[in-house]
Design a protein around this ligand. Structure first.
Ligand SMILES: Nc1nc2c(ncn2[C@@H]2O[C@H](COP(=O)(O)OP(=O)(O)O)[C@@H](O)[C@H]2O)c(=O)[nH]1
Ligand SMILES: [Mg+2]
Length: 393
């Protein structure tokens, strides 16, 4: 029986498609895998995307900047034992949702394999609701501490009339948190007291975490153990400019301290990060302290204790609005050799509005990073990464 015209046409197209399919299956492996019946029934979870353009990843070589690997992996790539370390979060009871999101993020990307403990600090007693919501998130030990009154609130010796005038002046300039006394309490507490809290005394290392931050990459190593093994003291992920109106007299005060205490200043320090002219002026570059991994003993040591007392007695935390970020950064950059400060490129981190995302494809893929490399802060207009890089050139 003769076929009618439309049927002949349909059969011809079908034959053409089938030959094309067999040709592609034979010559293109990914196409074959994706369309084979067994492949289709295996489901998405077992079909792995492979990109032959990307070489296989070796996590140790990526992060092994100068570590001694002699026989086996360095200790900071294994999770068999923990460092003497804790996470620390300062928060209000009302920050609970942001705190939950931050803890969930660090647990998923790092801590579920390590169970490092957490310390939460607040100037008010924690609510049962906060403790319940947070402690559900991890098997790690959690402690909820209250800050002693005098470490938080504005001291009596501060001239409140002068402080109020300072706040008003800053409000007129449109500076963020200009009129806030509690923000100043927070900055002074983070500058001079958190490391003395009784819940932190048993620890050597801390990782500061704030509510509403995100960790974008899975960490194939332990940053605490890395710091200890490499002799690092302070680590950051984002370096940027400070608002100069918040710290008009801070740098002069720091220079006075250095004049009185020349021995405090480390040889081979990171002054080149802080200044364009050998220390005469501060260029506003600092490490963004909402992320910090550091050695508590540095803050508890003699030099920093003297430094904080020197700054505090000027009242600058209240008459101006000195942040803990420039205070910590200046101390780390001046009192430590620059080799003891570390930039953790592997840690994808976001504290709105800024984020750090590793731009190196090998690191980004190895960390299964969820961040957009194109949006990283590293060399954006507000970044001080260039000032950091140049001191090692
Ligand atoms: N307990 C307590 N924590 C605070 C207070 N103000 C700020 N914080 C915490 O201090 C940190 C920095 O505050 P944040 O508002 O994030 O400041 P920003 O990052 O400079 O915008 C965060 O961990 C906050 O949860 C406060 O009045 N009480
Ligand atoms: Mg914050």
């Amino acid at each position: 029986m003769a076929m009618n015209k439309p049927l002949r046409y349909v059969l011809f197209v079908l034959a053409l498609l089938l030959s094309l399919h067999f040709l592609l299956s034979a010559t293109h492996a990914p196409y074959g895998n994706a369309t084979s019946l067994s492949g289709l029934f295996k489901g998405a979870s077992t079909t792995k995307y492979t990109d032959t353009a990307v070489p296989p990843y070796d996590p140790i070589t990526v992060i092994n900047e100068g570590a001694s690997t002699g026989g086996g992996a360095p200790s900071w790539t294994t999770n068999s034992t923990r460092a003497n370390a804790t996470f620390v979060m300062l928060a209000r009871n009302s920050d609970v949702n942001g705190a939950v999101q931050s803890i969930r993020s660090i647990e998923d990307r790092f801590n579920r394999d390590h169970n490092y403990p957490y310390v939460f600090l607040n100037e008010e007693p924690w609510t049962d609701e906060f403790k319940k919501r947070i402690s559900a998130l991890s098997r790690a030990p959690m402690e909820f501490g209250v800050i002693p009154h005098d470490w938080w609130f504005q001291p009596d010796w501060i001239d409140e009339t002068r402080a109020a005038a300072g706040r008003k002046k800053m409000e007129d300039q449109g500076i963020i948190y200009a009129g806030s006394v509690s923000y100043r309490n927070m900055c002074r507490f983070n500058s001079g007291f958190f490391f003395k809290h009784e819940l932190l005394l048993k620890y050597r290392w801390y990782w500061r975490i704030e509510p509403d931050v995100k960790f974008h990459c899975t960490l194939p190593f332990d940053p605490f153990k890395y710091m200890a093994a490499q002799g690092k003291v302070y680590a950051f992920t984002i370096a940027l400019y400070e608002w100069s109106a918040t710290i008009p007299t801070l740098w002069d005060t720091v220079k006075d301290f250095m004049k009185e205490n020349p021995d405090a200043v480390a040889p081979d320090n990171a002054m080149g990060f802080l200044s364009e002219n050998g220390g005469q002026d501060f260029n506003m570059c600092h490490f963004w302290s909402n992320f910090e991994i550091a050695d508590l003993d540095f803050w508890r040591g003699e030099v920093y204790t003297k430094f904080f007392e020197f700054l505090d007695k000027t009242g600058g935390f209240y008459y101006e609005r000195w942040g803990d970020a420039p205070v910590h950064s200046m101390a780390a950059a001046l009192f430590l050799p620059k080799s003891k400060i570390h930039f953790f490129n592997e840690i994808g981190y976001e504290h709105p509005p800024n984020s750090h995302c590793p731009t190196d494809d090998t690191i980004w893929r190895a960390g299964m990073c969820s961040c957009d490399q194109g949006r990283t802060h590293d060399y954006g207009p507000y970044s001080c990464q260039h000032q950091w890089d140049r001191i090692f050139q």
